[in-house]
Design a protein around this ligand. Structure first.
Ligand code: PLP
Length: 426
């Protein structure tokens, strides 16, 4: 058959775009060759509704092995007792937890979206906010850190059935123990969505929520550097039936509820090629080199945050503990929106995204901030010295974002700088 040049030309153009640019989107990464190979394999041809050993289709013996390995490696990576590797995405992993733990209309508590929370933690346009009763906690205006006292006040007053920790634009460590105590006090389920820092957690550089939360979800494609997808895990808690009855009134293990919430609750057939790629990525994350990589991600983020702060940028919370940096542009450039900043940076081949900052005076379409992250650029081999250069390049663009000449000069520098850096880690 004739090759589909239309699409393969687009893929090649995207390859070139990724190669020549500086990738600073905090939720992105570059997977290894073998993760890519597993994703592009014949496993995509296989239907396998159900779980290993209990499928609704014949011929699943081989993919059963890959899925079982993915589960075992994931459990080893995070010290979990139970795992489901089938969610097609992070949002679907979260949806399955909601299905398993709540009834429509039930209250739950998550981080305010404009303070760093994720869509699936209660946005009014997402299933979480449409079908359930979303309550929110905030970050503190002064410190930019989660305001645990306000969280406790809302939880004690409203008594939500589920409390969610984790965020999409938050640079600091979490006090999971305090959140678990709060959940126990009000009889709520405590879930952590560690999608962003999962790789740093796997490497032991941040506290592991599997030790504290009843349920932990994550995407597999951010700091964890696997294929796009989601997973759900539990630590010790699942060993016991959920109290006397589950929130749905049935005595069942939470693991059974979660398995059936993923399939047949919110999904049909699992993507076995992606599950195989998840297994490969978990295998990579279990190697000692992965810790070295994550250490560099963290160091690079700290250096970039400090360099920008030294240039007068306001870094929300004053710095970062992880891979993510949230820049409030208002201090240095009161007139510059995140939207204009993002566009100018992208024209200079520096990819980042506009982002709301806590207590933002602008809409989510304009925003007053940009979010930066170091997982992808670190996979390409960046060290601290490149972070200093990147801070300079960002500043040069943002000081003069309307000038095509200025942007073209930075773009030439970006392209020349990235030339020697390979795209894949392995
Ligand atoms: N949870 C958090 C904290 C996220 O940041 C994201 C994505 O950015 C998701 C869930 C959703 O993941 P996905 O895009 O795979 O649905």
């Amino acid at each position: 058959m004739k090759e589909d040049n239309v699409i393969f030309d687009i893929i090649e153009r995207e390859h070139q775009r990724q190669k020549k640019g500086i990738e600073l989107i905090a939720s992105e990464n570059f997977v290894s060759e073998q993760v890519m190979r597993a994703m592009g394999s014949c496993l995509t041809n296989k239907y396998a509704e159900g779980y290993p050993g209990h499928r609704y289709y014949g011929g699943c013996e081989v993919v059963d092995e890959a899925e079982s390995i993915a589960i075992e490696r994931l459990k080893e990576l995070f010290g979990a007792k139970w795992a489901n590797v089938q969610p097609h995405s992070g949002a679907q992993a979260n949806m399955a937890v909601f299905m398993a733990c709540l009834n429509p209309g039930d209250k739950f508590l998550g981080l305010n979206l404009s303070h760093g929370g994720h869509l699936s933690h209660g946005s009014p346009v997402n299933f979480s906010g449409l079908m359930f009763n979303a309550l929110e906690y905030n970050v503190d205006r002064e410190t930019g850190r989660v305001d645990y006292e306000q969280m406790e006040e809302v939880a004690r007053r409203e008594r939500p059935r589920l409390i969610i920790g984790g965020a999409s634009a938050y640079s600091r460590e979490w006090d999971y123990a305090r959140m678990r105590r709060l959940a126990d006090e009000i009889g709520a389920i405590f879930m952590v969505d560690m999608a962003h820092p999962a790789g740093l957690i796997a490497a032991g550089l941040l506290d592991n929520p599997v030790k504290y939360a009843h349920i932990v979800t994550t995407t597999t494609h951010k700091t964890l550097r696997g294929p796009r997808g989601g997973v759900i895990m539990m630590g010790e808690d699942f060993e016991n039936p959920w109290g006397k009855t589950t929130p749905k009134g049935v005595v069942k293990m939470m693991s059974q509820l979660l398995d059936s919430a993923v399939f047949p609750g919110v999904q049909g057939g699992p993507l076995e090629h992606v599950i195989a790629a998840k297994a490969v990525a978990f295998g990579e994350a279990l190697q000692p080199e992965f810790r070295e990589y994550q250490l560099q991600v963290q160091k690079n983020a700290a250096v970039l945050a400090q360099a920008l702060a030294d240039m007068g940028y306001n870094i929300v919370s004053g710095g970062t503990d992880n891979h993510c940096i949230l820049v409030d542009l208002r201090t240095k450039f009161p007139e510059l929106t995140g939207k204009v900043a993002e566009k100018a940076l992208v024209l200079a081949d520096i990819t980042a995204n506009k982002n709301m900052v806590p207590f933002d005076s602008r809409s989510p379409f304009q925003t007053s901030g940009i979010r930066l992250g170091t997982p992808a650029i670190t996979t390409r081999g960046a060290k601290e010295s490149l972070m200093l250069e990147i801070a300079e390049m960002i500043d040069t663009v943002l000081r003069n974002p309307e000038s095509a000449e200025n942007i073209a000069a930075v773009r030439a520098k970006v392209n020349a700088t990235m030339q020697p850096y390979p795209m894949f880690a392995y």
